[in-house]
Ligand binder design. Sequence first.
Ligand code: 13P
Length: 241
Amino acid sequence: MRRIILAGNWKMHKTQAEALEFLQGFCHAVQETPEDRELVLCVPFTALGVMSKNLHGTRIRLGSQNIHWEESGAFTGEISAPMLLEMGVTYAIVGHSERRQYFGETDDTVNKRLLAAQKHGMTPILCVGESKEQRDAGQTEAHIYSQLEKDLANVDEKNLVVAYEPIWAIGTGDTCDAKEANRVIGLIRAQLSTPDVPIQYGGSVKPDNIDEIMAQPEIDGALVGGASLKPDAFARIANYQ
Ligand code: 13P
């Protein structure tokens, strides 16, 4: 059985006070959300402590937006698995296109981060996806296959989530057509050796397109940026029809 996972990626948004304010509205709005939908909030490192305390006893799981492969060391600006585990973090986004694009993340470092998360019992959410130039040049499939092959070397697919995030659809309002996202996610699934890996779609997911996205047979959830910052909008996404 493939799990359904709706995850918010807050990116570099929200102070601790703002995070708490979000929770007040959100927790109430997801009280009736079907139990088989997993809800995850991937928040900035600085909000993990306050979120951890306030999510205790709720169904909402906590995620980080990155994870380093060493447990400690001289790696300024990084965060390790033991530090995240202490905060109750169970999911870690790895290889988001913004990390690859702006912070020099490579398939090699993505692979190391995935392995580190799994080694410590956390579930990594691996992001893959093509740029507009790659799509226009007909390289979508080849690019994603290459990412999967390198990123997933020695990775245990039984404890993994993949997010297909076409870069051109992130933060642009230009959502990938639901059927096209379904097609690419089907191709990703065919590349994996474990059929049950949950595969999400990410890129301008909103309350007004989530129903169509979740109606697609290959899509097991969403990784949501902008719309996960508003309690009502993210609750509507969690409560898709
Ligand atoms: P938006 O939903 O803001 O397009 O961001 C998607 C994303 O990057 C989630 O990781």
